[in-house]
Design a protein. Structure first.
Length: 345
């Protein structure tokens, strides 16, 4: 061994011997579900915290190293106690958590938590101690969406209010890929996207069970979804239940969003509107003439009824209609529902 290397080795050994109980700056490799993650040693100055969930103590404690802003808690123990599935992702070398429509990823040493496609940061990065991955206590509230408080040297976790209700007309349905979704209350960057999970319930107002495949654009629904959403446009949020408010379930609907170019009245007294804009599906028309029958629903994006006086030339609308159309240009059909757009995209 060269003299310089030998001297360095001796100094390193002496340094480690003198720093027993202090947090090591050199990461060590350990495993979590057959994966690896940086290892951080504990601090002799760390405070220990017991953890209570729903009034009962759970195994495993939290700790707060000297200088830390908040306690750290064992991720697996707490997440599984809250009903989350915790798995090690070998490909990304990260821990994946999932419960219903909430999914997140945690990587040791990285202060970036991916929550339903949205990244957030907390007071500190996750760290590994004694083969356990620890996260800041605020992870429970800001990522797992539960209520948490620190009382003395006890961490108390309680279920939070998770759901809120919102009504709107469906403008888009995504059934492809890993994350199916339903958009309501607007198109493009307007409205809100409801991310569908395996536990999402679909039903009619009378309780009849449905599936995602039964939903169609144009339906008015009441969605029970999470209290939180992404900051994207449109915002996205997990949805727990979608209830169709329409009493009729049409076989197939097309939709055209645009401006009313003209309003006319036929010889038999039927009002007809000509919409020019964009089709909401591959088979929808970019320009369409729609008859307004006595059964045509006239509503806002939220599904609330509007007066027929709102159907005027120049109004922004979304017309929903069946596939039976004339072969004329533009095609003519009967409106099942017309949404009067009251918000700006």
């Amino acid at each position: 061994m060269r003299p310089s290397l030998k001297t360095s080795a001796v100094l390193l050994t002496l340094s480690l011997a003198l720093s027993t109980g202090a947090v090591s700056a050199a990461p060590m490799v350990t495993s979590l579900n057959a994966g690896t993650a940086p290892q951080a040693a504990s601090s002799s100055a760390a405070k220990t915290f017991t953890i209570e969930l729903n009034g009962s103590a759970i195994s495993g404690n939290g700790f707060q190293p000297s200088g830390a802003n908040e306690p750290l808690i064992p991720l697996r123990i707490v997440a599984e106690a809250l009903g989350f599935t915790v798995t090690w992702n070998t490909a990304t070398k990260a821990v994946d958590l999932n419960k219903g429509n909430i999914f997140t990823t945690v990587k040791s040493g990285e202060n970036r938590y991916a929550v339903n496609k949205m990244n957030t940061t907390l007071s500190t990065a996750p760290l590994t101690k004694e083969n356990k991955l620890y996260v800041p206590a605020s992870f429970v509230s800001k990522v797992l969406r539960q209520t948490i408080s620190v009382e003395g040297q006890q961490i108390v976790i309680a279920p939070a209010v998770e759901h809120m209700k919102e009504s709107g007309v469906i403008t888009a349905i995504n059934t492809d890929g890993k994350y199916p979704s339903v958009q309501i209350k607007g198109t493009g960057t307007s409205g809100i996207v409801l991310n569908v999970g395996e536990d999402t319930l679909f039903q009619m107002a009378d309780g009849t069970n449905l599936t995602l495949a039964d939903l169609q654009i144009g339906m008015t629904v009441e969605a029970e979804h999470a209290m939180f959403s992404t900051r994207s446009l449109p915002p996205q949020t997990p949805v727990y239940q979608i209830t169709v408010q329409d009493t009729e379930k049409p076989a197939m609907l097309l939709g055209t969003e645009g401006t009313i170019e003209s309003v006319t009245t036929s010889e038999d007294g039927t009002r007809m509107i000509r919409i020019k804009g964009t089709g909401l599906s591959e088979t929808s028309q970019s320009e369409i003439v729609l008859r307004l029958s006595a059964d045509t629903a006239l509503v806002k994006e939220t599904g609330e009824a509007v007066d027929a006086a709102a159907i005027v030339q120049g109004a922004k609308v979304i017309g929903f209609y069946g596939p039976m159309l004339t072969k004329s240009l533009p095609a003519i059909g009967t409106a099942w529902k017309v949404v009067v757009v009251t918000t700006q995209s």
